[in-house]
Design a protein around this ligand. Sequence first.
Ligand SMILES: [Zn+2]
Ligand SMILES: [Zn+2]
Length: 223
Amino acid sequence: MTNQDTHLHSKFSYDGENSIEEMVKTAIKLGLKEIAFTEHVEKNTKWVDKFVKEIKRVQRKYPQVKIYSGIEAKVIDLNGNIDATNKVFKKVDLVLGSFHRIPKAKEKYLVHEEILSDKKRALHLWYRAMIELQKNKNVDIIAHPTAMLKKYEIRLPNSMKKAIVKNAKKYKKVFEFNKKYKVPDKEFLSMLRKKKVKITYGSDSHNIKNFLKSYKKKHNKLS
Ligand SMILES: [Zn+2]
Ligand SMILES: [Zn+2]
């Protein structure tokens, strides 16, 4: 399935550069059939109603592509909680949970130097939070699952991969193959597939230029 992209950002995200409508027009150009806007939120985000309304407006204008509303919220503690409120979960179609930092306590994160100086500790904290994130009932998709580890060249041991796959199955979590970070790796992906964990494809595009670019590279197509 490559005609689906469940990870797009528009101007509603602080780092998105194009409007929803501009991104939708590009999606149509690319032949996509299903897309989701998964904007970065925090607990104090105020624009979700406006965002959902805009998705509905654009959907009416472009019925040829199915557009979902979503959010991407980062893990904020070792209990797998994410940076969004219950109110917001109910308003959108999809909730992506992701690691943008590695938590060490409630809303406290490892700094760059701490990760570099003790990668083993970083891995264990990440793993603990990942296992708990999968139990979070509000989360539908685990976005760019191992991007944080890849960034710091931390290898995820097979035993941990196995436990994560088992958990994904148990808690019915969908895993994303993220085209931008190219994670999870082939081995992890095939483990997920073997256990029939659902996998979605996300380009994590923040503007039209990257959106187009991420569909040009043939090697990104996995199936
Ligand atoms: Zn992200
Ligand atoms: Zn993203």
